[in-house]
Design a protein around this ligand. Structure first.
Ligand code: 5GP
Length: 252
């Protein structure tokens, strides 16, 4: 028997790439992925038909992989091309970035060439604020300003590194280097910290393992062209079985 599709209620939130709707069930929301692409805090705008469906499909494929590895998430199930059902959470206003290879704002801030491998994964924290452009913070700031508690921050770091441990070999087995990625977490009414938001080429840097070609939103941010094809190729690789000859458990 297939589960019925809940009706969309009132819109609760609209972000740059998604809308969140209430459902008749108070503990569940519908997330709708939009076709819009934005960068540099929405100063640059674009998009294409099918972007929302691609990111929805990639996220809906990866969340069960993470759940199976013991990462609690907000994901319930995919509802349609552009919609998924999720558990209602209170979002922790701290964005978490995990870096495996120097790139983007890290390279710029510290003068380290893009592509330089990092000896240890780096976990960074930003305050989730469009008005302020998601500024870099540390965990003391989050604690002091009441954005998260100490146990929540410890759990978030633990989960972020666990997610890295699952995703790096997952992508490598599909010919993709996971350079860095951004995560958001939320809390359930009982206080459990769960992974929320999307994991997609909008929120990760993906480089082809052989050629280092960029397969993510940097193609849009940096006007490299070919973004639709890159996202479609990422969906194809994410949903493909692990390639033979590549050890899916190998860390990069
Ligand atoms: P950076 O800090 O180098 O710009 O970004 C690091 C990683 O986090 C990249 O994979 C980037 O896509 C992701 N990221 C950081 N902040 C945001 C954000 O506000 N929105 C999105 N979509 N991704 C972000």
């Amino acid at each position: 028997m297939t589960a019925s599709t809940p009706q969309r209620g009132e819109m609760r939130y609209e972000g740059k790439a998604k809308r969140v709707y209430a459902t008749p069930e108070p503990g569940e929301y519908i997330v709708e992925y939009k076709d819009e692409a934005t960068a540099f805090n929405a100063q640059k705008r674009g998009g294409w038909q099918g972007k929302g469906a691609t990111n929805n499909a990639i996220t809906a494929h990866l969340y069960p992989v993470l759940e199976a590895a013991g990462v609690p998430t907000h994901f319930v199930r995919k509802l349609s091309d552009t919609e998924q059902l999720v558990k209602a959470v209170t979002i922790v206003p701290v964005e978490v970035i995990v870096r495996n290879v120097a790139a983007g704002s890290f390279s710029k801030r510290l003068g380290i060439e893009e592509g330089t491998p990092l000896d240890h994964p780096i976990v960074e924290y930003c305050y989730k604020s469009d008005a302020l452009g998601d500024p870099l913070i540390n965990t003391d700031t989050a604690l002091s300003l009441g954005w998260a508690t100490e146990p929540q921050l410890l759990r978030i770091r633990e989960l972020a590194l666990k997610i890295r441990g699952v995703l790096v070999p997952y992508f490598l087995a599909r010919g993709v280097k996971l350079i860095d990625f951004k995560l958001e977490f939320g809390t359930l009414p009982d206080g459990t910290v769960v992974l929320a938001d999307e994991i997609s080429p909008d929120t990760c840097r993906f480089w082809d393992a052989e050629t280092n070609e960029k397969m993510d939103k940097d193609r849009f941010r940096r006007d490299l062209g070919g973004i639709e094809d890159a996202y479609a190729e990422m969906l194809r690789r994410v949903t493909a079985p692990a390639a033979e000859g590549r050890d899916p458990r190998a860390e990069s």
